[in-house]
Design a protein around this ligand. Sequence first.
Ligand code: ADP
Length: 343
Amino acid sequence: MSSITLSHVKRAYNGVLAVDDVSLVAPEAKVLAMLGPSGSGKSTIMRLIAGLEPLAHGEIRIGDERISTAAHTLPTEQRRIGMVFQDYSLFPHLNAGANVAFGLDKLGRAERDALALQWLDRVGLKHRAQAFPHELSGGEQQRVALARALAPDPHLLMLDEPLGALDHTLRVSLIHELRRILHGSGKPAIYVTHDREEAFAIADRLAVLHEGHIMQTGAPELLFKKPVNAWLASFLGLGNLIKSMSAPPNTAAVTFGCFTFAESINLPEKSACALLFRPKDLLINAQPLGAVNTFDAKVIDSVFMGDYWQVNLRVQGLDLEAHSGQSHPAGTSVTVTIPPEKI
Ligand code: ADP
């Protein structure tokens, strides 16, 4: 088993860097999710790892072996990388078993069929070995594609928006199964998506890309709790983000007042900064006006979301979102409180 490592990788098109100094590690038996908006460089990184394009700078290694440098690109077919794409790419004229057996051409017939069946079993589809792609649901086809990618014992698995063609319900049920299969395979996997829920659900490590740069890499919980900058917080949909001016040791000024934090901030006086707090941590009518971090607000509307009400509020021209256990009528005046330890 081996990990895959990208070190200071660059790739430009027509003089413009699409991938700019990217360093990443996909560790053994772990899933690295690459998340980023369209155009952030995800597909380019996949093509570089697959050896479909040369890189301009840096190197890519599988274990200790250099597979791409600026001077040398190991051919794709020698990299032993299993790929799964959004459109399944199964051969329509072959049944599920034959699709999985396809890449096992170095083995004898009996051995090949047995291994294909073994992999179909691991993705829960042994009983569908005789079925043709058009007889399988989208989710089943994608599991066959996964079995086909894993059967030749690749060094690495790459999945490019594998659930992109499926509806939401199926995606949610399949993501946990995919995670189980990928972990069970013992291979490093790189999972590309623009869907943050999917990325959080599948990732052991998460790398977020923006304009060819890695914004942050780490455990999903780390990125969720401590996003490195305002762009990332906003991209991850982490909640209310407001511009402020630091007033050390533990306060910051915003247009409508001053926020107090539980911890000291490590910034010089009057630095521009952004405050982040989650909708569930914004409390409505919990404190009287004048209590710490308590402000006057107007309810714009309340939207029922199932587990909670999303209450949209305006505090002196600034829109904030709260998640509340109850509805608040539009137009009502309320107080909102953000506990210092939640900012
Ligand atoms: P993503 O997969 O995150 O949507 P891409 O890797 O496809 O992003 O693209 C990253 C950037 O590189 C984009 O600005 C895109 O327009 C550019 N790009 C990608 N492929 C090519 C190409 N073959 N020729 C020119 N520009 C490209």
